[in-house]
Ligand binder design. Structure first.
Ligand code: HEC
Length: 136
């Protein structure tokens, strides 16, 4: 795991942890990290809130500020399922890859969630084998 990503994750979750158990529970109802520092949730919506919305925004419309975070809402590039799968696993430029933090089923769940919400209606679901195929 590159140090850069490790410290990014720490920066994101440390304040949450320091805010105390109540706040942490409110943010991540089913817990975010396991003892082995992987995301625990198997649910696409929860994974989106835990990981993606910090950059792509809760409405998935993206943002331009310190960086440029493309909208996932109404994004034609999500039509080819392999594209978001590849990016979530391996990252691309300003986006870190999450392949070390999520197993194949979790990547599939969060990609399926994004591809069927926020104005996207791509119902050909990704399966864990599709994710395995793009792992380095
Ligand atoms: C640390 C901030 C960050 C997080 C967290 C993040 N992304 Fe990204 N994402 C980016 C940036 C920046 C880009 C643009 C990358 C580039 O320049 O190619 C991007 C690009 C993408 C793209 C390509 C969009 C396009 O129009 O080409 C997809 C799909 C995507 N992200 C999905 C996700 C999903 C799903 C998650 C949650 C699992 C996630 N991202 C989490 C920052 C982030």
């Amino acid at each position: 795991m590159p140090r850069r990503i490790r410290s990014w994750v720490a920066a994101l979750y440390l304040p949450l942890a320091m805010a105390g158990p109540t706040a942490a529970v409110a943010q991540t109802p089913d817990g975010t990290f396991g003892s082995n520092q992987r995301f625990l949730s198997r649910d696409g919506a929860t994974l989106f809130r835990s990981i993606c919305q910090g950059c792509h925004m809760p409405d998935a419309k993206g943002a331009v500020g310190a960086g440029r975070y493309p909208a996932l809402a109404g994004n034609d590039k999500l039509e080819i399922a392999g594209y978001p799968v590849f990016i979530v696993v391996n990252g691309q430029r300003g986006m870190p890859g999450f392949g070390d933090w999520l197993d194949d089923a979790q990547v599939a769940a969060v990609v399926n969630y994004v591809r069927t919400h926020f104005g996207n209606a791509y119902t050909d679901a990704v399966v864990p084998d599709d994710v395995r195929a793009v792992r380095p």
